[in-house]
Design a protein around this ligand. Structure first.
Ligand SMILES: NC(=O)c1ccc[n+]([C@@H]2O[C@H](COP(=O)([O-])OP(=O)(O)OC[C@H]3O[C@@H](n4cnc5c(N)ncnc54)[C@H](O)[C@@H]3O)[C@@H](O)[C@H]2O)c1
Length: 349
């Protein structure tokens, strides 16, 4: 029988979702949790009946642990991933994989050198509707892509940025930005997943209704490598909070998806269109996480964890490799650079 992959989770805010997902995932088991916050650590140990570590270095010395989910503040991710890889642990990296490109490059090099597997979280990529839309685009059912437009009108209360676990949010150093790098990075990544890599951007951002350092509203124009043009809007100020909305236009068709609802899908044969609407039309439109950060579903996490188990067993790349996860960070950084300098910024320049 194939060996169970024993996981540990470091960072027990969103990390609690990882713990639940690991417990349900086939071929995975939760061996340990780690958090410097004693109350969070003890809750994790009690709830999941596993070992608890206050010090990350002690967790990394535990030879029962095969893989680590890094779910700490975003600006700590790459460093902690590098430490785990050097200790021979496979990795699940929460989004964004880090906020500094140089740190991500170092993580990429370490993963290559150590040979560990590194899967990244962008759970919208695992969603059935998004996967079917992507397959249809790849099969040419939309023709050539012309427009890729994505909105994330969410709300975060002032309390989200306060308290012992809030102060890092909305800071450049630890959050890497605000509504774009934290919440909107999912929306940006989905636009990239469906529309392809981004070539250059023009962006604007500012702080509109929170006491934070970075931004709570960003607008960008995206030029995709395939020539399509796009727009991106992210905010944590929207009242009432709304759902993520993505719509794509091609020379042969288009679709629009708001929250979990496919609003229309005009591509492929009439039968294919009807099937997509039957499967994904008419669902609940609002995002549960639009105002409650902990209301995200753990389904995508579970699939990404099961995929890491298979990637280790079959010695293959995880479904969301580091290179894919870093592109969204590079594009978000370019949007901020454009907003700061007032010029169009090429990705990777
Ligand atoms: N995929 C998603 O939908 C989703 C949703 C929310 C958050 N996130 C991501 O998850 C990450 C964590 O966000 P959060 O809201 O849970 O933050 P949080 O501040 O609530 O939790 C971070 C935890 O890490 C712990 N920690 C920090 N440094 C540590 C160390 N050296 N050793 C042990 N523990 C340490 C902190 O004590 C804290 O409990 C962020 O990168 C965020 O972007 C992803």
């Amino acid at each position: 029988m194939a060996k169970t992959l024993n996981f540990a989770v470091v960072g027990l805010g969103m990390g609690m979702h990882h713990c639940k997902a690991i417990q349900q995932a086939k071929g995975a088991a939760l061996t340990a949790v780690c958090d410097t916050d004693e109350a969070r650590r003890e809750t994790g140990v009690r709830q999941f009946d596993c070992k608890g570590y206050a010090r990350y270095a002690d967790l990394l010395r535990d030879t029962d642990v095969d893989a680590v989910c890094v779910v700490t503040e975003s600006g700590k991710h790459a460093k902690m991933g590098i430490q785990a890889a050097r200790a021979g642990k496979h990795l699940i990296m929460e989004k964004p994989v880090d906020v500094r490109p140089a740190a991500i490059t170092e993580l990429e090099e370490t993963v290559r050198e150590t040979g560990v597997k590194c899967g990244c979280i962008f759970q919208y990529r695992m969603d059935n509707c998004n996967r079917m839309l992507k397959r249809a685009i790849e099969k040419g059912k939309m023709g050539n892509l012309i427009g890729v437009h994505a909105h994330l009108p969410w709300f975060r209360a002032a309390s989200y940025y306060d308290g012992p676990h809030g102060a890092w949010r909305g800071t450049w150093r630890w959050d890497g930005g605000g509504s774009l790098m934290n919440q909107g990075i999912h929306t940006l990544d989905l636009a990239i997943f469906l529309g392809g890599p981004v070539h250059s951007v023009a962006g604007f951002y500012g702080v509109y209704n929170h006491q934070i350092q970075s931004e709570d509203q960003t607008v960008a124009v995206l030029q995709f490598a395939n020539g399509a043009l796009g727009t991106l809007y992210t905010t944590t100020c929207a009242l009432p909070e709304g759902a993520q909305h993505i719509y794509l236009y091609g020379t042969k068709g288009s679709f629009s998806r708001r929250g979990n609802t496919l609003e229309f899908c005009e591509m492929g044969t009439p039968r294919e269109r009807a099937r997509m609407m039957e499967l994904f039309g008419g669902k609940e439109g609002k995002d549960a996480a639009s105002s409650d950060p902990m209301a995200v579903s753990a389904d995508g996490h579970l699939q990404i964890i099961e995929d890491l188990v298979k990637a280790v067993r079959n010695d293959r790349e995880p479904v969301i490799p580091l290179a894919a996860a870093r592109h969204a960070v590079d594009v978000a950084r370019a949007i901020y650079r454009s907003g700061k300098t007032g010029r169009v910024v090429k990705i990777g320049e």
